[in-house]
Write a protein that binds this ligand. Sequence first.
Ligand SMILES: C[S@@+](CC[C@H](N)C(=O)[O-])C[C@H]1O[C@@H](n2cnc3c(N)ncnc32)[C@H](O)[C@@H]1O
Length: 339
Amino acid sequence: MTMLHYPQYECEFDAETQEFYDGVVDMFTGIREGHIGRYCFSSARSDNDRVRGDEHWTRFIKTSAAYYPYRHEIEIIRHAASHIGKLVSDAHTFIDLGTGSLNSFERKVLPIIRAGKFKEITFVDLCTAFSEIATARLKEELADIKTNTFLGNFFNSLPMPQSKAAINLFGITLGNIVVDLPNETPEYALTRTMKHFAAPLKEKGGYFIFDYDTNEDESSLHASYEHPSYHAMELTILDRVKRDLPTSNFDPDDFEHVTVWHQRWKLLAHGVRAKTDLKFSIGPYQIDVPRGKFYRTGSSFKYSDVTIEQVAENAGFRKLQVFSMPGSTMRVAVYAMRP
Ligand SMILES: C[S@@+](CC[C@H](N)C(=O)[O-])C[C@H]1O[C@@H](n2cnc3c(N)ncnc32)[C@H](O)[C@@H]1O
């Protein structure tokens, strides 16, 4: 990688684009890895925009037979929702982190909201379309409930509830944490993340409802993401590079999305692999990429039950109940803040 000095590339970005630019440049220049996965949910800004991550995700979960985390989680929640509602029945506020598609909201979150006694629901997402759809659907069913939207990266910032709350994180999103490998372990980074989710619950008390996957079978993990809509969603990160950043000779079609399993970290790495030798620039950075070079954009970490319990305890939580179903590696867990 060489640095070009072209003053015309010294652009001013808004804060969100600056963060995206820094993340992309750091990945292509080898400074950081696995930190730009969240941009795969980016939305279109015009009719002919290729950036359509939210739409690809919605199509993926609707049409993929192999993506067991989604189907199993729905099945587990179908049986557990009323029980979960009882476990968290003194929570006033429900904070849903990353609601996703309408189908997912109706089948995973609504059953728990119906079973609980929540007076207020807050949707936190970086994709406005997902929060808007869920808000409209909720209003249809519970017109009097108060709703709020909090736009942003929930791994960095969270709303501060004024009363006892249940924070909810589904879609095995807890597996998407950013870990500075190999300088820190996934367990260390997970503890940091759990403490981050515990912080808003410290004052008034509350619950953390989340799912995780214990699967370590490499072939079924690869197979679960083998779907054209999933590949398109991951490659939308590069579509966004092309759309939002100053590039020359950069073509998202020169890359393909692949997954790589690292048993040592229990990590299914998501990334982009160059289909040919490439030379392109982003801002002042000239990037030379040999054919076959893999860049890790994001991560799906898998956790054992023991790891989750230890890490959650370290962060100040107490296990209430973990739900699963026969033959499934998926878990839906309910933890409470320790007083
Ligand atoms: C894997 S999908 C899960 C969707 C849904 N909860 C489900 O269980 O099917 C992740 C969701 O979280 C949002 N998201 C992912 N990373 C995020 C982040 N760091 N900050 C805020 N929202 C994020 C995405 O836009 C999407 O709505």
